[in-house]
Design a protein around this ligand. Structure first.
Ligand code: NAI
Length: 338
């Protein structure tokens, strides 16, 4: 059964009625909430004042995570749902975040996860299409380059796909790029907001370092090393965890960060712009209809897909290496649903 939390809001019903911030609050559902990412992500979402109801679902362990997280003294209500209650977890939700699926082990690429995660994501997308067809869907499960097209094709089949409401979460690449550039340029990550475009795996990750003065200064081996670290930073974590999985804590941080930005856009804040992997016209002429680039988030989700801006000759080369691989990944996802 459900594990409903006792965490009650401190505001009285009447004060909530007239509070403009409460009016903007929203139910958010995490699918895969019992996992390595799902647990810390649920905790971080419990801290977001724009979340009024947090719905935690997993095929195992979600009621326990919900009971635990519900004791945190923020206003949101937390409810945990066991395997057989997926529909109840999704009812009335505005945002669904999906970290469900298996993570990498040493030596694996994200594409090696396809066989297991493709069907998990397809089945969850079908349930969202049926129960919460207007929800915004944030896909964390890898391989993101394929799982996002899988969700799109599944919703399309159900006749409820809206490209403004589907996002592949590539925020960890942006977080890593900022952190790593700050380390080599002796500055703060807040001054190193690197736009990262393309997709979310190895060579499809294209950091646009030339668009920042600190990044522009890097040359030769220093530049190559930094690009490699941004593209393959996930491998550092997989290797260090030695078989116990991939990035979970930094990913939970990145997932909560992106969810928070989306909630701010949905609540009417202007000028919320961040890279995310969406259905995009930018490279449609090359047969690539999903792409990550800076996207403005607004009351309907995707408000505006920004152009990628000027690229250095090195970045042109990175983009040329990205596109064919990305195309293959996207087509693999589409073919799975077809
Ligand atoms: P994990 O194995 O610790 O957790 C996955 C959870 O999903 C488990 O609790 C499992 O019970 C649950 N699950 C499996 N099938 C389910 C279903 N049908 N419905 C609901 N829940 C289900 O894995 P972890 O480390 O949390 O990673 C999750 C995914 O996130 C992996 O695919 C991983 O590759 C991906 N990931 C994505 C990143 C990104 O930047 N987008 C970064 C790091 C990981």
């Amino acid at each position: 059964m459900f594990a409903r939390s006792a965490a009650k809001t401190l505001a009285s019903p009447s004060s909530r009625l007239f509070s403009s911030s409460s009016a903007r609050q929203t139910k958010v559902t995490v699918l895969g909430a019992g996992g390595g990412i799902g647990q810390p992500l649920s905790l971080l979402l419990k801290l977001d004042p724009l979340v009024s109801n947090l719905s935690l679902y997993d095929i195992r362990g979600a009621p326990g995570v919900a009971a635990d997280v519900s004791h945190v003294d923020t206003s949101s209500e937390v409810t945990g749902y066991a395997a057989e209650h997926l529909d109840a977890a999704l009812e009335g939700t505005k945002v669904v975040v999906i970290p469900a699926g298996v993570p990498r082990k040493p030596g694996m690429t994200r594409d090696d996860l396809f066989n297991t995660n493709a069907s998990i994501v397809r089945d969850l997308a079908a349930a969202i299409g049926r129960v919460a067809p207007t929800a915004h869907i944030l896909v964390i499960s890898n391989p993101v380059n394929s799982t996002v097209p899988i969700v799109a094709a599944t919703l399309e089949k159900a006749g409820v796909f809206d490209p403004a409401r589907l996002f592949g979460v590539t925020t960890l690449d942006v977080v890593r790029a900022s952190r790593f550039l700050a380390s080599v340029s002796d500055s703060s990550p807040s001054e190193c907001n690197v736009p990262v475009i393309g997709g979310h795996s190895g060579p499809t990750i294209v950091p646009l370092l030339s668009q920042l003065s600190r990044g522009k200064r890097l040359q030769g081996e220093d530049y190559d090393k930094l690009v490699y670290r941004i593209q393959f930073g996930g491998d550092e974590v997989v290797k260090a965890k030695d078989g116990a999985g991939s990035a979970t804590l930094s990913m939970a941080y990145a997932g909560a960060k992106f969810t928070g930005l989306l909630l701010r856009g949905l609540s009417g804040e202007k000028g919320v712009i961040t890279p995310t992997f969406v259905k995009s016209p930018l490279f449609a002429d090359r047969g690539i209809d999903f792409f990550s680039s800076p996207v403005e988030l607004g009351v309907n989700g995707v408000e505006k897909i920004h152009p990628i801006g000027p690229l250095s000759p090195q970045e042109e080369k990175l983009l040329e290496a990205c596109l064919p691989e990305l195309k293959k990944n996207i087509e693999k996802g589409k073919a799975f649903v077809a």
